[in-house]
Write a protein that binds this ligand. Sequence first.
Ligand SMILES: Cc1cc2nc3c(=O)[nH]c(=O)nc-3n(C[C@H](O)[C@H](O)[C@H](O)COP(=O)(O)OP(=O)(O)OC[C@H]3O[C@@H](n4cnc5c(N)ncnc54)[C@H](O)[C@@H]3O)c2cc1C
Length: 363
Amino acid sequence: MGPQLGQHGGLAALEAQVARDIALTAHPRMDWMVPRLRQGQPALDVLIVGAGQSGLVTAFGLFRERVRNVLCIDRAPAGREGPWITFARMPTLRSPKDQSGPDLGIPSLTFQAWYEAQFGAEAFAEMSLIPSVQWHEYLMWYRRLLDLPVRNDVEATAIEPGTLDDGGRCLLVTLSTGEVLAARKVVLATGQDGTGEWWMPDFVRNLPKERRAHTCEVAIDFEALRGRTVAVLGAGASAMDNAAVALEHGAKEVHQFCRRVPTMIQQYRWLTFAGFLRHMGDALTSGAGASWATSCASAKASPRIPTTACSPSPTSSCMSSGPGPMRAWKAIASGWRHRAARSTPTMRFAGPACARTCICGLS
Ligand SMILES: Cc1cc2nc3c(=O)[nH]c(=O)nc-3n(C[C@H](O)[C@H](O)[C@H](O)COP(=O)(O)OP(=O)(O)OC[C@H]3O[C@@H](n4cnc5c(N)ncnc54)[C@H](O)[C@@H]3O)c2cc1C
């Protein structure tokens, strides 16, 4: 039986605690931002594009600093922001369950506090990794509780410089509705969407639509892969997840291709140290980049944590990383093969690796 709701401190009590903790640490309380106008209309102090976790936390951080003339926008419908319940097809986060961040140092705002208030400390202790859906629910709770201003279903399509009525500078952000918002600062919290294109090599892009997909797509028709052979390009997190989901939907075989021999090392784990997480921004603005880079390099050189040992299991299809239970690949038991191709663009399908559908896990 899974964790039981409702027998613990409860969210109402936790929410009262959060309000008290915020009040206790609110100094200095005085508002200090001077309202500014553009064409006689109030300009925003900050427009945040993207209301995933980074956008929400940025808004809360600004609220804490008494910058309250802020708006977040997101092109996703309300409750569908970020990857967690859309295209991230893993059952759990890879990050450790005690990771903090959105709480900005307020214990009652942590994921752990939210979880324990509903399911109890014992259930949290027994949890290996945070279920993705619950991380998403926690973010939704955070947004509601902190009353963060989010406008959904609207996309930022262009940004250009502008001028406020008092001659000061601003940015003019055009929205998909045709409106133009003036803001003194704009924060791009657009996540992986904002880092460039979700890429496919041309030889995949040129396939008929029903023969290819990208892991960023929300509506991949996995049912259509039943009994089929599937090629997955890439061996990162999303590629692994999509390979597993294809098998869980009855794909006959999934062949996974990557340019390097897979190491089964979680490449991002090395950056989980305070020097990186707290001071990356300082290095970029203070000119201290060289010494910071040196400390990062030495941290990176230290032994890294292997994540996933692949071992067959007839019972489990969940992936975990780090010290939690190993993900045992149902995939392997079902004929999943991990295959290193020398170079993705020259990859050839032949004989048993001939695939009907190709899923790209590349960005
Ligand atoms: C499979 C997978 C597993 C992951 N596992 C982890 C993990 O275990 N731990 C971890 O910390 N991270 C993990 N990540 C990374 C995860 O994406 C980020 O940590 C997290 O989502 C970053 O939050 P964000 O707010 O920066 O971006 P996102 O959550 O991606 O939010 C960005 C938002 O911006 C919106 N947006 C983009 N462009 C526009 C625009 N032009 N106008 C309006 N809105 C726009 C999008 O709709 C989206 O809602 C994983 C990602 C994937 C895909």
